[in-house]
Design a protein. Structure first.
Ligand SMILES: C[S@@+](CC[C@H](N)C(=O)[O-])C[C@H]1O[C@@H](n2cnc3c(N)ncnc32)[C@H](O)[C@@H]1O
Length: 201
């Protein structure tokens, strides 16, 4: 289950393909994030879209009034998303940044990771937790969407069970909820996902 997996060369992928063709492309705000924001009454503040890729989530958060920073390992992804955001007249801070060697130094009210954590090498997960926890205000939130153990087959992103989320994040976060859901997107069979709400302790 936790053997090293192969992932795309992200920069090459974004250079060669249109973002709309990517299986994670979702032009709308992620439905699970939208529900969580409503439930927690979160409407303003600083938001970080970590591993933003096509940038759709960053743009949707900015349209809702958040002050958004969006980062990705791929500079091309950032350039493409920035171009679209500029056309839409959205004010977002776009930065190329590797979460495993991050140069960010701001503290955010909320962070959304929709598909980055689950592609990182298992041995770097605690580095991720440490870096992300350091970049969230006390009482701020990490919203994490990752593949669920219910998603069949082995290829692609690592899968997680709810108890693993508690094990991995419990030392820095109060894991408020972990729900079984799907990745809404263009595919006919939507990948099974976990949506996790974690409060920085
Ligand atoms: C499955 S895609 C999801 C993109 C976007 N969050 C979305 O939902 O449309 C995963 C993203 O994580 C980015 N990524 C992979 N490793 C990363 C790292 N070490 N630091 C930052 N971003 C990374 C990839 O470039 C890719 O855009």
């Amino acid at each position: 289950m936790n053997q090293q997996r192969g992932f795309p060369e992200w920069e090459k992928l974004y250079q060669e393909k249109e973002v709309e063709t990517m299986p994670w492309f979702n032009p709308d705000l992620d439905a699970d994030l939208e529900k969580a924001l409503t439930k927690l009454n979160l409407h303003t503040g600083t938001a970080w879209d970590l591993g933003t890729g096509p940038g759709t989530q960053a743009m949707a958060l900015a349209e809702r009034g958040f002050q958004v920073t969006a980062t990705d390992l791929s500079d091309t992804a950032i350039q493409k998303a920035q171009g679209i955001a500029t056309e839409k007249k959205l004010n977002i801070s776009w930065k190329q940044d590797d979460i495993l060697n991050s140069n960010l130094d701001q503290k955010f009210n909320l962070v959304f990771d929709r598909g980055c954590f689950h592609v990182l090498p298992p041995e770097r997960r605690q580095d991720y937790v440490r870096v992300v926890a350091n970049l969230i205000q006390p009482g701020g939130y990490l919203f994490l969407k990752c593949f669920s153990h219910l998603q069949p087959a082995e290829q692609g992103p690592y899968r997680f069970k709810p108890e693993q989320i508690q094990e991995i994040f419990g030392n820095k976060f109060n894991v408020r909820s972990v729900e079984e859901t799907v990745y809404q997107g263009p595919s006919d069979s939507l990948p099974k996902a976990l949506f996790c709400v974690m409060e920085k302790s």
